[in-house]
Design a protein around this ligand. Structure first.
Ligand SMILES: NC(=O)c1ccc[n+]([C@@H]2O[C@H](COP(=O)([O-])OP(=O)(O)OC[C@H]3O[C@@H](n4cnc5c(N)ncnc54)[C@H](O)[C@@H]3O)[C@@H](O)[C@H]2O)c1
Length: 270
C-alpha cells in the first residue's frame, strides 16, 4: 500500500530498535511512501545489530547518536544533510527510557540521578534534537517534526512512574519549540499520544499485559497498533497536514474520551 505521499521528502528517524518498535514500522511505511531517510539510535542500541536489517530493507544509512549528546546530534544533522543531499522535511523522535522503571523504583521512591537521566533521554532530548536542527537551519519550509507520547501526561497511570512527568515535559517542548519553528521556519511540531503498544519500551512498564487488555476493552475502535501509528505519522509528514502544529494528537481508538465501556461494566457486574 503506497500513495507516494512522501515522494522526494528526506528525513531522520530516531528509535528503531527491533521490528516491534514504532519507529521501525514508521521507517518501513516512509520507505513505501517514497521518502528517504537516515536511521539513528543510541550507540549502545546498535550493538544488537537489528537496525542493519532495516537499513538494508529501506536502503538507508545509519548514523549512531546518543540523543542526549549535543555533539552527536550536531554531527547527525550535518551528516544526514550530506547523505540525503539537502535539507530535511521530516524528523521522528521515538525515544523513551526511565531508569527508575528499569530498576523497579516506585514513583514514591525515585532515585533522582535516575530521574534526571530518564528525563534527559525521554524529554529534554526532544528539545536538543530540535535545537540542533534549528541552529543548523536543517529543515525545509513546511517540514514536519513528530515525537511520541502517552496519555499519562494528562491523567494518572500509577505504574507509568516518572515517564508521566517526562511526557508532560515533552508535550510542552513541542508547543514551545513549535511556536518558534512555525514563526521563523514554517515547520510544524506535534506529538502523537499513542495507545499502549507491545514494544521493548512499552513492556518495561509494570502490569503492561493487564493494562493493554484494559485499554483494548475501553477503546471503541480498539488499541492503535504500531503500524496504525506509523500510518498516522505518515499523514503528519505529508503535505496534507501543513497547518497542524503545536498539537498533542490522541491516537488511541477513542480511549482518551471514553468514561467507561460496556465490556468494562459487564466485567464488574454480578
Ligand atoms: N509502547 C508503548 O506502549 C508506547 C505508548 C505511547 C508512547 N510510546 C512512545 O513511543 C516511543 C517509542 O517507543 P517504542 O514503544 O517503539 O519502544 P522501543 O523500545 O522500541 O523504542 C525506544 C527507543 O528509544 C531508544 N533510546 C533510548 N535511549 C536513547 C538515547 N540515549 N539516544 C537515542 N535513542 C535512545 C532505544 O534504543 C529505542 O530504540 C517512546 O517515546 C515511547 O515512550 C510508546
Amino acid at each position: 500500500m503506497g500513495y507516494d505521499l512522501l515522494k522526494g521528502k528526506k528525513g531522520i528517524i530516531f528509535g528503531a530498535l527491533d521490528e516491534n518498535s514504532i519507529a521501525w514500522k514508521t521507517a518501513e511505511r516512509v520507505h513505501e511512501e517514497g521518502g528517504t531517510f537516515v536511521l539513528t539510535n543510541a550507540p549502545i542500541a546498535m550493538r544488537m545489530g537489528q537496525i542493519n536489517e532495516l537499513a538494508k530493507k529501506t536502503k538507508s544509512e545509519i548514523i549512531p547518536a546518543d540523543a542526549t549528546s549535543e555533539e552527536d546530534l550536531a554531527n547527525l544533522v550535518t551528516k544526514s544533510m550530506e547523505i540525503l543531499g539537502g535539507k530535511l522535511d521530516f524528523v521522528l523522535h521515538s525515544i523513551g527510557m526511565s531508569v527508575n522503571v528499569r530498576k523497579g523504583r516506585l514513583y514514591t521512591d525515585e532515585k533522582y540521578d535516575f530521574t534526571t537521566k530518564g528525563w534527559d533521554v525521554s524529554a529534554l532530548s526532544f528539545h536538543k534534537v530540535m535545537q540542533s536542527l534549528y541552529k543548523a537551519d536543517a529543515m525545509n519550509q513546511w517540514g514536519s517534526i513528530v515525537a511520541l507520547t502517552y496519555m499519562a501526561a494528562q491523567r494518572t497511570f500509577p505504574d507509568y512512574n516518572d515517564m508521566a512527568d517526562n511526557k508532560a515535559y515533552l508535550e510542552s517542548v513541542a508547543r514551545s519549540f513549535g511556536y518558534f519553528f512555525g514563526k521563523e521556519k514554517k515547520v510544524r511540531v506535534n506529538t502523537i499520544s499513542q495507545s499502549p503498544t507491545p514494544t521493548t519500551a512499552g513492556q518495561g512498564v509494570k502490569g503492561f499485559d493487564g493494562f493493554i487488555s484494559y485499554a483494548e476493552k475501553m477503546s471503541p475502535l480498539g488499541n492503535a497498533t504500531a503500524l496504525d501509528c506509523a500510518n498516522y505519522t505518515i499523514s503528519l509528514f505529508s503535505d496534507l497536514t501543513k497547518k497542524v502544529t503545536m498539537q498533542n494528537l490522541f491516537h488511541d481508538g477513542g480511549f482518551s474520551n471514553t468514561g467507561v465501556s460496556q465490556e468494562v461494566i459487564e466485567r464488574f457486574s454480578d
